[in-house]
Design a protein around this ligand. Sequence first.
Ligand SMILES: Cc1cc2nc3c(=O)[nH]c(=O)nc-3n(C[C@H](O)[C@H](O)[C@H](O)COP(=O)(O)OP(=O)(O)OC[C@H]3O[C@@H](n4cnc5c(N)ncnc54)[C@H](O)[C@@H]3O)c2cc1C
Length: 233
Amino acid sequence: MRRLVVGDEAGLLRPLGFQTAAFTCSHPELAARLGDEVLLTDVVGGQVGLFALDLGGREQRPEPDRGRVSVFVIRRGGSRLPDDPRRAVVDELGRHGAWAAAVADHVPDAPYLDVVAQSVVPRWVHGRVLLAGDAAHAVSLLAGQGASLAIAGAAALVDRIAGHEDLDAALEEHERTWRAVVEPVQRSGRRAAGTFVPRHRRDLWLRRTVLRAARLPVVSRRLLSGLTGAATH
Ligand SMILES: Cc1cc2nc3c(=O)[nH]c(=O)nc-3n(C[C@H](O)[C@H](O)[C@H](O)COP(=O)(O)OP(=O)(O)OC[C@H]3O[C@@H](n4cnc5c(N)ncnc54)[C@H](O)[C@@H]3O)c2cc1C
């Protein structure tokens, strides 16, 4: 869709050096062991996250979700995806201990696997078309705010248009003001990449130290704003 507006998309993606996969699978035993916990592994060069879809109210969940586990995988890698994505995901899961290995047999034949990247689009407004959400300013899952920024950006756009007689001026103003919100989040997303997925053993040590420090209330507030940038809502 964006290509229709901007033409050549080359150069609009800033890969962050990682690829991500996500899938769900039926694994009642693992779901029961996870309970309400989200498990994040602590390994150099990748990360696996596991949580039961029963999270927060098992009995209220529809039957198909009971005993299902959601899995996300982050592996090192550039903008070229592997020829055999299933093998790549299985191999990564195998590096992350017993809990991650337990879902390796459940990786779908053609799993979702994509490059972790940010959108860097010089102009969002093209005539009467405005690029919004990930198309304009994907921050990457490492920043953890992409969905909020897409929704809050749409709400801000509606307010901007409602308060303006001139649509062109409203679109320009929205781009200017919303860029000021998303660009700091993109910067912190790039900074967070090393913390989220430690590149070396010393990064692993640093992350563990930071997480321990984050239990202290004052440090935790500072850390949060340092990692995520300004609040978006
Ligand atoms: C694995 C993963 C984990 C993530 N985790 C988080 C998280 O924890 N927190 C968070 O805030 N964000 C997270 N994100 C990011 C978040 O999902 C996105 O930032 C958000 O979905 C962006 O919303 P959007 O509406 O801009 O784009 P999308 O949600 O991508 O919606 C675009 C829609 O347009 C449709 N479309 C595309 N082309 C066409 C066409 N030509 N015609 C019709 N329809 C079309 C697509 O099918 C899609 O449904 C994650 C992303 C990934 C990949």
